[in-house]
Design a protein around this ligand. Sequence first.
Ligand SMILES: *[C@@H]1O[C@H](CO)[C@@H](O)[C@H](O)[C@H]1NC(C)=O
Ligand SMILES: *[C@@H]1O[C@H](CO)[C@@H](O)[C@H](O)[C@H]1NC(C)=O
Ligand SMILES: *[C@@H]1O[C@H](CO)[C@@H](O)[C@H](O)[C@H]1NC(C)=O
Ligand SMILES: *[C@@H]1O[C@H](CO)[C@@H](O)[C@H](O)[C@H]1NC(C)=O
Ligand SMILES: *[C@@H]1O[C@H](CO)[C@@H](O)[C@H](O)[C@H]1NC(C)=O
Ligand SMILES: *[C@@H]1O[C@H](CO)[C@@H](O)[C@H](O)[C@H]1NC(C)=O
Ligand SMILES: *[C@@H]1O[C@H](CO)[C@@H](O)[C@H](O)[C@H]1NC(C)=O
Length: 495
Amino acid sequence: MARYQKVALIALCSTFFLFLSLTTLHRTPVAHQDTLIDPTAQQVNTSERNNDAELSEANRKEGPLQCSMTWHASSGDNDRDNPEYKHDQQGCRHRQSIACTGKRLGRALVIYMLQTKYVRDMAVELNSFDFFMNVGVFGEHESTEMFEGVDYVFTRMMPPHLGKVSAPTIIAEKGNIKLMWVPEGPCDLCAHGRVIAYLGGVDAVKANYSFIALLNGGSRGPFQAANDAAWIDVMAVGGQATWSEATPPIMVGPTVSSQGSVHVQTYCIGLHTARLTQYFPFLTQCDNSAAGKARCINGGEIPAGIEWLRGGGWIHSLSANDTLRTPDDAAALAQARQKIKFLEPTHAHLDLCSALFAKFGGTFTKNVRARTAAHAAQLILLYPLNRTLSGRVLLRELLGSGRFLNLAEGVNYTVIINAWFGVPGKIEIRDGVLQRLRENIDANSGRLVVPSNLTDYFGLDPAPNVSKVLAIHLRYNDNDHHLRAADGQELRFPD
Ligand SMILES: *[C@@H]1O[C@H](CO)[C@@H](O)[C@H](O)[C@H]1NC(C)=O
Ligand SMILES: *[C@@H]1O[C@H](CO)[C@@H](O)[C@H](O)[C@H]1NC(C)=O
Ligand SMILES: *[C@@H]1O[C@H](CO)[C@@H](O)[C@H](O)[C@H]1NC(C)=O
Ligand SMILES: *[C@@H]1O[C@H](CO)[C@@H](O)[C@H](O)[C@H]1NC(C)=O
Ligand SMILES: *[C@@H]1O[C@H](CO)[C@@H](O)[C@H](O)[C@H]1NC(C)=O
Ligand SMILES: *[C@@H]1O[C@H](CO)[C@@H](O)[C@H](O)[C@H]1NC(C)=O
Ligand SMILES: *[C@@H]1O[C@H](CO)[C@@H](O)[C@H](O)[C@H]1NC(C)=O
């Protein structure tokens, strides 16, 4: 995170910024448009995936878990019709596959923190959250090569207009997902630490989980191609060609900073819980005074890295593909970076593909650096549809039952989350479409009014002589709506 220096916030890539419109809307019933379209979900064929899972299941034996990781260079060079070809051209030139034998570890735990801020400042985080919801959340019974399953706790500070909690409080819970309010706190590590305490403390969490991922709403990902290993496995294997339970506990993050001392950047940390007892004190620097944030960083994040190494743990940086195995490795890295006056990796140093999660605005930066945004937008456009995970269905259900995503009181807001124009499953144009719709909401005081001639409206015809649709996923106040308008039909929302 940006700490001692101000991060230069360059103008946002406009096609990617989630434009958020706050406005007054007329009281009118929402009617015809609720015919569903889930832009990212429609091509998922879970039965295929299950068949694969059953096959590989038969090959797994009892005995300790042994994993091997293979790097693959870009594969689609010759076949321009291969979806991976396009993905590769955007810079994702290396892929990891992970194969394991032996008994899986139990379940992994993911704690995901969403911030609470003024509505306009939530746009980037909400967009990242939506992305994670679609491609980051495993279903309750979905196993990976390394883990029997993955559990999730989504936390958010309670917005003041809804009240205040003095301890973590469950909002909704089902299957492998919990939604939770957490009290106000000075920083991310403190918020994550409170969840661990709520779950029964270090020993209880260690008893159930051998791996934890801590994620902030400002991180975006996972960025992966069609056949990549499960993201949680990529974190857990921590860049090692082979992994077994004899491998020292690894702490992994997209980047490693050497500011202050070598440490994993906190917007995304994965760690093997073998050293959770020793790490936990760094998650409890919860001081709400003005000095609280500095204390959280200087007494939490920064010293945690070197302590991890001193205790025999390893640190791996996903984007640099570097593993630090001893305090001497950390000193050498810090020295090498001092020579070139490089302390903190910033967006420019992130390869989104290999980092898995990139810092993408949110808690500590409201905006996204243009280059990062452009790169990410390209990757998202080419995102293989079959990376969606089945946990998104349950998460949506839980979100619908509480006020976890409630942003503001007394104003009606419409946020376009996703949209495309084209022929379902064949050609779905997103670029420019999102932006046009966001401008539309702005121009119509919060309402969406799209004229009937879509070709004319968007200024492009992605499929001449074929009937096209406009599909929109938006959030209106607390509720998600999936709208669909056929060419030739005017769309008004709210009606
Ligand atoms: C928001 O919308 C509701 C119902 O559509 C309406 O009753 C309310 O007055 C609106 N709020 C504002 C601030 O316009
Ligand atoms: C999903 O995959 C299975 C197995 O390959 C196939 O039988 C089925 O027809 C597919 N379903 C869809 C909707 O494509
Ligand atoms: C650990 O798992 C047991 C059995 O499923 C469950 O009862 C308990 O609540 C879990 N504890 C934590 C901290 O997740
Ligand atoms: C996803 O799609 C790609 C090609 O588009 C295919 O090669 C791959 O096997 C699919 N993966 C799954 C899990 O269905
Ligand atoms: C990552 O580093 C390992 C050596 O530590 C190397 O074998 C591997 O090729 C590297 N992967 C990439 C994509 O650079
Ligand atoms: C829609 O607009 C395009 C481009 O302006 C035009 O060519 C076409 O005839 C229009 N379609 C209808 C049904 O009016
Ligand atoms: C669309 O239809 C018109 C008139 O039927 C025809 O002249 C034109 O070639 C068609 N365009 C395409 C791309 O098929």
